[in-house]
Design a protein. Structure first.
Length: 316
């Protein structure tokens, strides 16, 4: 089972990234689950789910890890009408190159249309972060081994604190550094990602996921600040917590498409580090935000196309 830990600072969108990535991976026909390591909020709150049994109980030997897993049903039937209207109105009036046009009305996604995608398995973690951080490494490894019998991929939201402190990092296949364009968020993502690579031998940082990106966001500037290659870019939009996970509830929306591309990038990852050196090889001379910057993997931007650098990154 591949285990991906979501790192970064508070408020950067780690929880939304973990949840939507899991949903997108399931849409890509992978048996994926999300581990909500910190039950004081985060994934459990977004999906309004409670846990009688947790990973903490499984690690302590008091229950099975399957008992700590809840299959949360997803539905597009009961989304708040006002929230949907606001979202569609915002898209309709948005003139940026990668979010032009209104979102078309669509029928709710059903299990018949998309087999096995109308639920998302959520593993309850620990009610107390102190218990999470002190979890026995060997027992945790056994519990995750049990999960691997059912899932191909586990995405971990480590909760309210640095990912580098979590014992789950010792089981990680890779780390995703999540940030917004805010400078402080970039610094927090860099600190957490580099600490993950430093604290756990062999753990690789896959790359950086940029949330709430605008048309004028310079991807190369942000990758330089975080010190990691760009793995995914999620545009800023008007969605609310009630519309999450948008990878399911708003198929075809710009954010949902971005999470699908993120899932593809994770599945295509070759296992090499996404951390950049002190002089990133993916950066060419040019003004910040200009189209001479590359997309974080060393490739040059296309000469053709419109909508600016971010639009090309998003496939528009």
């Amino acid at each position: 089972m591949e285990v991906y830990v979501v790192a970064g600072g508070g408020g950067s969108g780690r929880t939304a990234t973990a949840l939507n990535l899991t949903v997108a991976l399931r849409g890509a026909s992978r048996y994926a689950a999300v581990l909500d390591a910190d039950l004081s909020g985060n994934v459990a709150s977004l999906l309004d789910v409670t846990f009688d049994t947790t990973m903490g109980d499984a690690v302590a030997g008091d229950a099975s890890v399957r008992a700590a897993t809840v299959e949360c049903g997803l539905s597009a039937d009961d989304l708040p009408a006002d929230d949907l209207a606001d979202y569609r109105e915002a898209l309709a009036v948005d003139r940026t190159g990668f979010r032009t046009g209104a979102v078309e009305e669509s029928d709710p996604v059903t299990a018949e249309d998309e087999p096995d995608t109308d639920t998302v398995p959520v593993v309850g973690g620990w009610h107390d972060r102190a218990d999470h951080l002190s979890a026995d490494a060997e027992a945790l490894s056994y519990a995750l081994g049990d999960l691997s019998m059912a899932y191909e991929v586990l995405v971990v939201d480590v909760g309210n604190g640095p990912a580098a402190e979590s014992p789950l990092l010792g089981e990680a296949t890779g780390v995703l550094a999540v940030t917004t364009p805010d400078r402080a968020a970039c610094e927090a993502a860099k600190e957490d990602a580099t600490a993950c690579a430093r604290e756990r031998d062999g753990v690789q940082v896959v790359g950086v996921v940029i949330n709430r990106a605008g048309e004028d966001t310079s991807i190369s500037d942000l990758t330089d600040r975080v010190g990691a290659k760009a793995l995914g870019v999620v545009p800023e939009d008007a969605r609310t917590a009630a519309l999450e996970p948008v990878a399911f509830t708003l198929p075809g929306s710009p954010a949902a498409a971005a999470y699908e591309r993120l899932a593809d990038a994770v599945l295509d990852w070759d296992g090499t580090s996404g951390l950049l050196g002190p002089t990133p090889a993916n950066r060419r001379d040019g003004p910040a935000g200009s189209d001479v910057a590359t997309d974080g993997d060393g490739s040059e931007p296309d000469e053709e196309g419109s909508g600016g650098f971010l639009s090309r990154f998003l496939g528009r």
